[in-house]
Design a protein around this ligand. Structure first.
Ligand code: ADP
Ligand code: K
Length: 447
């Protein structure tokens, strides 16, 4: 279902006109109202009176996470504090939390883009949505909540965590939609199986998953385990929250629509900051086009992805591929750049392993080393009669040695790095407790 066809299917030329007009307005607005931007634009020699719109966008420099910290808490606001209707913070995955503010009009746009997103995810008015995104300062819970209400869904505001209660409500209230982090949806799928709750006991049809990188492996596990069609929802507090982009349920695997009438995307080279060609990987950069409380010019998200137009898509807006990782958590090992999601892609091609893994980087002398811990599947553990994977078990079972060897070889072939692979028993790696799951440990700077 398309929530707002007039905008979501607006011909591209019209969309450009709209973006151009909005961008000029937004630049004049921040120049007049935010001292930080006035100083910055003056230093760059940009003045709203001569700013030509999209073609001049690269002249605006970048806004970075440190600019939010330097202006903590309210220094980037463009309206008096009395006009701020709500405050949120980013979840602080990397460092101190970032404060963001919304006017009532901003909250209206937030609800609109989430309503579009949930409609694209398969939701239709009258359905029930179990919202397992965290409520509170994190934008996820409340962001999904108001968008779901706007679309006409019944919201079950359960928040993250509390797996017993989540499973109970899935059975008692029979919601059609689940919103959660992908790692938490995995937990719910796994717990259902462990507790012998059949898929027929619940009524889920769709899941909109986001807030952290995930891959086709996880999609498969969640889709099978919960009996849903799972789509990607992406967003970030600095720009709005969840619902900056969303995958259409019938176009799964082909990218997520960015609601570019409100959030103008660019992809730039992570070293030079220069725009890359359509479809090429780089750092995603967003400029807000309609924000009132905290308009942001060219925000350097640190998220690595690509953007492209899909002519066979149901909407005209640009699509983005999955987030490959953050440029700041990209691991550089012996000069080779890689993301933990590459390890996950390899795992998806292997039998007899669970989708859980952990990548640990450490340094011995001046040598970087990487270890990958991965769980043996529950089925194989049962077949071999094992609770955990000891050295004796490794020595005794050739299939375990073969598993370890083929995984290590695939990593070497695909990523170009030798990594030490350690097999663990099923269930030994940490699971999500309702929020995001950290799959990478970089111990190199701790020594
Ligand atoms: P924090 O930066 O503290 O995690 P946010 O809660 O604002 O704060 O999270 C935004 C970030 O979360 C994004 O920049 C991105 O790295 C990640 N993220 C959000 N949604 C997705 C998604 N669907 N896929 C991959 N990463 C995502
Ligand atoms: K996040």
């Amino acid at each position: 279902m398309v929530f707002n066809p007039e905008i979501e299917q607006l011909p591209l030329l019209k969309l450009r006109e709209l973006q151009n007009a909005r961008l000029k307005q937004q630049v004049a607005y921040v120049y007049a109202r935010v001292p930080f931007y006035k100083q910055k634009l003056d230093a760059l020699g940009v003045h709203p009176s001569s700013f030509k719109g999209l073609e001049d966008l690269p002249k605006l420099g970048f806004t970075k996470k440190t600019d939010f910290r330097d202006n903590y808490p309210f220094g980037l606001f463009a309206v008096p504090e009395s006009e701020i209707a709500r405050l949120h913070c980013s979840s602080g995955t990397t460092g101190k939390a970032t404060v963001v503010g919304y006017t009532a009009a901003d909250l209206g746009v937030f609800a609109e883009v989430v309503a579009r997103s949930l409609a694209a995810a398969g939701c239709r008015p009258g359905m029930k949505l179990q919202n397992a995104y965290g409520y509170g300062l994190f934008t996820g819970g409340l962001g999904i909540h108001y968008g779901a209400e706007k679309l006409g869904l019944t919201v079950i505001p359960v928040s993250g965590g509390g797996t017993d209660r989540q499973l109970q409500l899935l059975q008692d209230f029979q919601p059609e939609i689940l919103c959660a982090t992908p790692s938490y949806a995995q937990v719910l799928a796994e717990e259902m199986q462990r507790r012998g709750i059949s898929r027929e006991a619940i009524n889920l049809q769709y899941a909109a998953l986001g807030a952290e990188p995930w891959t086709e492996t996880i999609r498969q596990q969640v889709e099978t385990g919960l009996g849903v069609q799972a789509t990607n929802i992406y967003g970030l507090s600095e720009i709005m929250g969840p619902g900056v982009s969303q995958e259409d349920v019938n176009e799964r695997g082909t990218g997520s629509y960015i609601w570019e009438d409100h959030f103008y995307p660019e992809v730039v080279d992570k070293d030079t900051g220069e725009p890359v060609a359509e479809g090429e990987l780089g750092v995603l950069v967003f400029t807000t086009l309609t924000k009132k409380a905290m308009p942001i010019l060219r925000y350097w998200t640190n998220d690595i992805t690509n953007i492209y137009y899909d002519k066979s898509g149901s909407r005209t807006h640009v699509k983005m591929g999955p987030i490959r990782g953050r440029s700041d958590d990209m691991l550089i090992i012996r000069g080779v750049n890689f993301f933990h999601t590459q390890v996950e892609d390899i795992l998806s091609g292997l039998e007899h392993v669970s989708p859980y893994y952990q990548v640990i980087a450490s340094r011995r002398g001046s040598m970087d080393e990487v270890e990958v811990n991965v769980e043996v599947s529950q089925t194989l553990m049962r077949e071999l009669g094992l609770n955990t994977v000891t050295d004796e078990a490794m020595a005794q079972h050739e299939c375990l040695q073969a598993l370890q060897g083929s995984f290590a070889k695939k990593i070497k072939d695909n990523i170009g790095l030798s990594m030490k692979v350690t097999l663990l028993g099923f269930g030994e790696l940490p699971r999500s407790e309702g929020g995001k799951l950290n799959r990478v440990k970089d111990l190199r700077n701790l020594a």
